[in-house]
Design a protein around this ligand. Structure first.
Ligand SMILES: [Zn+2]
Length: 230
């Protein structure tokens, strides 16, 4: 699978519903490049980097994480360059590291999740990394001709949710922010969702990028969310 070009400076490797692999994005600045999310595993990272190389692009200088869930973070040990995550994301990942010291942990994840079983088929160990750079509220990267405004936000999906807004390309990367909380029996906190929708309304964006969806226009996304949970 190759990269899809969204705008002049934004590319992405599409999500793969068959493997439950999230979309991974690549922002090409004049000075630096930034990937959004590390991916499910070392093999997911390799597939992404192969697609990047096929476009004659360089491996990312930075990789930012949208939240701690394993399909976005367990590839972090295999990335090239510097990783960036929220303090809370690192706290969750530290907890995952401790759990993974028990060899039964990877087996229990395989048992619970058929996609995880497929992704980690034949593997007996997890390699869970924390990020190189950690932040508590927001951090902005000037990539050269393009800016990544990385910020923590309220979301019904995870308490460490981080979004990335690229004003020059009018693109907003939301990770899984608009989904329910799978670690709380799929609970949808509608107050948090409405707060997030309000945030989205204030951002001047044309492209809303969710990790497990096709790209959406802002009004389409808001209308969809409104129809589900109003
Ligand atoms: Zn998630």
């Amino acid at each position: 699978m190759g990269l899809t070009q969204l705008t002049n400076r934004i590319y992405f490797l599409e999500h793969d519903p068959e493997a439950d692999r999230p979309m991974l994005a690549y922002l090409k600045g004049d000075k630096f490049s930034l990937a959004i999310n590390a991916g499910y595993s070392a093999s997911h990272v390799q597939d992404f980097y192969r697609a990047i190389a096929a476009e004659q692009l360089d491996k990312p200088d930075f990789t930012v994480i949208t939240h701690w869930h394993y399909d976005h973070t367990f590839g972090m040990h295999a990335i090239s360059g510097i990783s960036i995550a929220h303090d809370k994301t690192n706290a969750f990942l530290k907890n995952q590291q401790a759990l993974a010291e028990n060899p039964g942990y990877i087996e229990s994840l395989k048992k619970e999740d058929a996609y995880f079983r497929k992704e980690y088929c034949g593997q007996k160990q997890l390699n869970i990394a924390l990020s190189d750079i950690s932040f508590s509220d927001n951090i902005t990267l000037d990539l050269g001709g393009i800016t990544a405004q990385i910020f923590h936000t309220v979301s019904p999906h995870a308490t460490d949710t981080v979004c990335v807004y690229v004003p020059e390309e009018k693109a907003l990367f939301l990770g899984d922010a608009t989904s329910e909380d799978f670690f709380n029996h799929g609970y949808m906190d509608t107050n948090k969702l409405h707060s997030l929708m309000q945030t989205i309304r204030t951002i001047d964006c044309r492209h809303c990028m969710l990790s497990h969806c096709e790209p959406l226009g802002r009004e389409d996304l808001l209308a969809y969310l409104q129809s589900l949970y109003s």
